[in-house]
Structure formats: structure tokens, C-alpha cells
Design a protein around this ligand. Structure first.
Ligand SMILES: Cc1cc2nc3c(=O)[nH]c(=O)nc-3n(C[C@H](O)[C@H](O)[C@H](O)COP(=O)(O)OP(=O)(O)OC[C@H]3O[C@@H](n4cnc5c(N)ncnc54)[C@H](O)[C@@H]3O)c2cc1C
Length: 466
């Protein structure tokens, strides 16, 4: 093997929200960085199928890396979302008690929140709870209010990170799988992919569900990812007025329970279930999971039974046998393992990236800041913020912002064209959906699917004229 200087300073495996955040963080320095992602797009793994809450970390296990990084991540992503145009609404959460035992758990939960440095949590009685959530089902005895919990766009977040990284010069290799790795004589690593061999000084494993396999390729054997499937139901936008806050359950010894939350797209979300499975690709929804969720949802918010379901989906948490993230930096090996990022990785992503950057610097990575690192402003997908079809000045500038293609979600031809010419364009309909909301509405593309597909294929005049 060649002992020449590695071609790259850092190779990051995985372009989920964690890998993309690390790429963005490192790209602000004079480094030769590459992200290698097996999927054809950024954020197409677990990062696209979660509950999309920006957690405060009030309920994390005190003293863990997760507790620290979720708390810091909340701070960092709150500021970044504002700058980068990522929809984020700090609507607050209410953790509702439905019986005496759950009410009795409040003192322990408040104590844990304080141990995590979160002091804004407070108890409210049943009267105030029903005043604030009048559609809540009968029987609630009170709640803990967590005012800083929020809802965020799970799609725009990894895309903003990756776009900023690419604009700063980070190489993005999509549709390329890391198949094996070996140490090179100079202390670096040879990364063999399905398409090339890359040499690098440092390797960062942000492989999500496959982080354990990558870790073993590097000669370690310290954790196994057991996918924990979470099924979710998205209710129609007409259900949105039923709820103002995120409704959390009082956690039991085994599960955090089912939650109900508004989404930044204007729907209501119910879920997730928690089921350990073997297959790392099995994101199917099940009859049992959905029936369980519906029963829970209609008990918490009886009005839900009058509303249509827009979509169902499932995501897989990268759970391990350990109760914490599996983040370890091996300075001598030039290797950072960032695995087992279970159910809080969206919230913690920027703090994980900051942590990895500091640890890599300690391990010898030279960090010379770029004088003018780029910043991005993403197209807004949030219902609570201005969208092109509501902005006469934008329509006057470009009439395509007034030509609606997807009527359920009010997505215009201008937004689709913008997505197709973005630094990281979509390669399929799912990618276009995550960048524009097209096909995400109650007709699920039945009406606009043909026209959206034609636009993706570069046939702008095909399909329905609007
Ligand atoms: C049901 C559910 C609800 C959740 N709710 C929340 C929430 O409300 N708030 C929150 O903060 N978090 C939540 N999470 C957690 C959050 O979604 C994850 O922690 C986060 O998405 C993990 O990101 P990641 O980048 O580590 O993994 P991923 O998004 O899975 O990315 C890893 C990437 O690595 C790639 N990869 C793996 N192996 C290779 C290889 N050999 N070569 C090339 N590429 C490879 C994969 O293709 C994948 O794209 C939830 C998760 C689930 C499942």
C-alpha cells in the first residue's frame, strides 16, 4: 500500500442528519472532506422517517453523552434553523398524566430535568390543561409543561447541512457504498467503496443503522445495532386545529409511549411504536402497529376519529445494547465512531458535529478556519412561514411561483424548478417530495404525480397545464 500523503483529510461515511452535520462543521475549515453515502440522496435513511421533534433533553439520562449533546444541539439547531430557513416552531410540550401512578412520576421527571440543567419545566393542573388543550380526551389529571420543545422540518435540516458543506468544497459521493476499510502504513485509512478507493487521514463512521458493521470493519466489537421500528400515522390538515402543543406520554420502564404532535407541514402526527426487529431495512407498517396507534390516539384526542389519515410510515432507530450514543474517537487510528444515535439524533446533530470536530482537533486534525465559509437559505417548507404562492412580489418576479402543481400542499412549479437546479438536486420523486412537499398531501400524488414526474424527468411542458 502507498505511504504517500492521503488524498483527503476526512472521509465521513453516511449522509444522514449526523454525517451531514459533521460535514458542514468540518467544511468551515481548510480541509479536504468527502462524504460517502450508499443511498442516492442525502437524509434518505432514518433521518427522513422520525417524529421531527426538537428535544430539549429534559428527560435524557443525566450524565450521558446524549443528555449533554441533545441539550447543546437544541441550542445550536434553534439558532441555525432561524438563519438557514429551516422551519422550526417552539410550540412546547405537555406531558400528560392519565392516572395517579403517572401523576406520582412527575416529581422524578422534574428532578431529572433539573439534573439535565433544564429548569423551565413546571406542573399544571387538570383545569389549566383542558383550557389549553380543550380537545383532550377525558381522564387527564394534570401535565408537566416543557415550553422549549419544538417541531422542526426533518427534511430541510440534513439538506441544509449537506448543501452548506458542498458549497464549502466538501465532496459528496452519493450512491456509493463503503464495502471495506484498511489501515494504511502512514496512520491513515484506505476506504474501499463500490466505485473507488479513497485514502484519508481520518475516517468518521456516521453509518446509522450500519454503524456497528462499519465499526467491525475497523476491528472493533463493542456494540450491535438492533433496529427499533417506530410506526407513525399522519393525519389530514383538517385535524390540525385539534392540538396546540406536543402531547407526550409519561414514560414507563420500557417505552417513552405514544405522542401526538403537530408537524411543520400543518398535519398531526401520531406515534411512534417501539418494536425491536432484526431486518435493518424493514420499514413496513403493520396492521397491529397502526391499530394500536389509532386506539391510543383516539383515547388521547377523541376528535381524531373524525379525520382522514394522509399517510403512514415507519422509521428504524439505531438502538444498541447500551443506554447512550456510541461516540468514540481513536486518535492513533484516525477514526471516529459516531454510532448508535438512537432517538434524538435530529435534535443533537449539530452538537454531535461540534463534539466530533473538537475531538478530531485533539487527535491532531489541523483546523484552519476558512475566512468566509458559505451559508445557505433553504426554501421554506413550513406552513407557518411565507411560501412562494402567498408572495405577490415573488410571483411578479417569476410567474412560476404562482403556478401551483401540487394542490394539496400548494407547491408551485417555481419551487420544483428551484429544487431541480439546487446544489444537491433530487434524483427521484421521494427526494423531490422532501425538498418541496410535492406528493405529500392528502391525494398522495394521485392528482399531480404525472406532472411532478415529468418535471423531474426534465420535460417541463408535459403533464397538466395549470
Ligand atoms: C420513529 C423515530 C422517531 C424519531 N424521532 C425523533 C425526534 O423526534 N427527534 C430527534 O431528534 N430524533 C428522532 N429520531 C432519531 C433520529 O431520526 C436519528 O437519531 C437520526 O436520524 C440518526 O441520523 P444518522 O445520520 O445517524 O442515521 P441515518 O439517517 O440512518 O444515516 C446514516 C446513513 O449512513 C449510510 N450508510 C450506512 N452504511 C453505509 C456504507 N457502508 N456506505 C455508505 N453509506 C452508508 C446510510 O445509507 C444512511 O443514509 C427518531 C427516530 C425514529 C426511527
Amino acid at each position: 500500500m502507498s505511504a504517500a500523503r492521503p488524498e483527503r483529510d476526512v472521509v465521513i461515511v453516511g449522509a444522514g442528519v449526523v454525517g451531514a452535520a459533521i460535514a458542514r462543521e468540518l467544511s468551515r475549515f481548510e480541509l479536504r472532506c468527502t462524504i460517502v453515502e450508499r443511498a442516492p440522496d442525502v437524509g434518505a435513511g432514518t433521518s427522513k422517517a422520525n417524529t421531527a421533534l426538537l428535544h430539549t433533553g429534559f428527560d435524557a439520562k443525566p450524565g450521558t453523552i446524549e443528555a449533554r449533546l441533545v441539550r447543546r444541539g437544541h441550542e445550536l439547531l434553534s439558532a441555525y434553523a432561524h438563519r438557514a430557513g429551516i422551519p422550526l416552531e417552539r410550540i412546547g410540550a405537555l406531558l400528560v398524566a392519565w392516572n395517579e401512578e403517572q401523576l406520582g412520576a412527575f416529581a422524578r421527571i422534574v428532578e431529572r430535568a433539573r439534573a439535565n440543567g433544564y429548569t423551565a419545566i413546571r406542573e399544571i393542573g387538570a383545569d389549566e390543561l383542558y383550557r389549553r388543550e380543550p380537545h383532550l380526551g377525558p381522564g387527564a389529571g394534570g401535565a408537566l409543561e416543557v415550553p422549549d420543545e419544538g417541531i422542526v422540518c426533518p427534511f430541510t435540516t440534513p439538506l441544509a447541512f449537506a448543501t452548506e458543506a458542498v458549497l464549502a468544497g466538501c465532496e459528496l459521493r452519493l450512491g456509493e457504498e463503503v464495502t471495506h476499510v484498511e489501515r494504511s502504513g502512514d496512520g491513515g485509512t484506505c476506504v474501499h467503496t463500490s466505485k473507488a478507493t479513497l485514502t484519508t487521514r481520518f475516517l468518521v463512521n456516521a453509518g446509522g443503522l450500519h454503524s456497528d458493521e462499519l465499526d467491525r470493519m475497523l476491528g472493533h466489537d463493542r456494540f450491535t445495532v438492533t433496529p427499533r421500528r417506530g410506526e407513525l400515522i399522519v393525519f389530514d390538515k383538517l385535524a390540525r386545529p385539534l392540538l396546540d402543543h406536543i402531547l407526550l406520554a409519561v414514560p414507563s420502564a420500557t417505552t417513552k409511549g405514544v405522542l401526538l404532535a403537530p408537524t411543520v407541514f400543518g398535519n398531526l402526527l401520531l406515534g411512534p411504536t417501539a418494536e425491536d426487529i432484526e431486518n435493518k431495512h424493514d420499514t413496513s407498517s403493520t396492521r397491529e402497529g397502526l391499530s394500536y396507534l389509532r386506539a391510543q390516539g383516539e383515547r388521547i384526542l377523541p376528535g381524531l376519529s373524525d379525520h382522514e389519515v394522509t399517510a403512514v410510515y415507519a422509521g428504524l432507530r439505531a438502538a444498541t445494547e447500551h443506554a447512550d450514543y456510541q461516540i468514540t474517537i481513536h486518535a492513533a487510528e484516525g477514526y471516529a465512531c459516531v454510532g448508535g444515535i438512537r432517538s434524538t439524533g435530529l435534535s443533537a446533530s449539530m452538537a454531535i458535529a461540534e463534539h466530533v470536530r473538537l475531538e478530531l482537533a485533539d487527535a491532531g486534525l489541523q483546523l484552519a478556519p476558512k475566512p468566509h465559509p458559505p451559508s445557505v437559505r433553504m426554501t421554506n417548507l413550513g406552513e407557518d412561514f411565507p411560501r412562494p404562492y402567498t408572495q405577490p412580489e415573488r410571483i411578479a418576479e417569476n410567474p412560476d411561483y404562482g403556478r401551483i402543481v401540487c394542490f394539496c400542499e400548494r407547491v408551485t412549479r417555481g419551487e420544483i424548478t428551484d429544487a431541480l437546479s439546487a446544489p444537491i438536486p433530487p434524483v427521484d420523486l421521494d427526494g423531490l417530495r422532501r425538498r418541496t412537499r410535492a406528493l405529500m398531501g392528502r391525494c398522495q400524488g394521485f392528482f399531480c404525480g404525472a406532472e411532478v414526474a415529468a418535471l423531474l424527468d426534465g420535460r417541463p411542458d408535459a403533464g397538466v397545464s395549470v
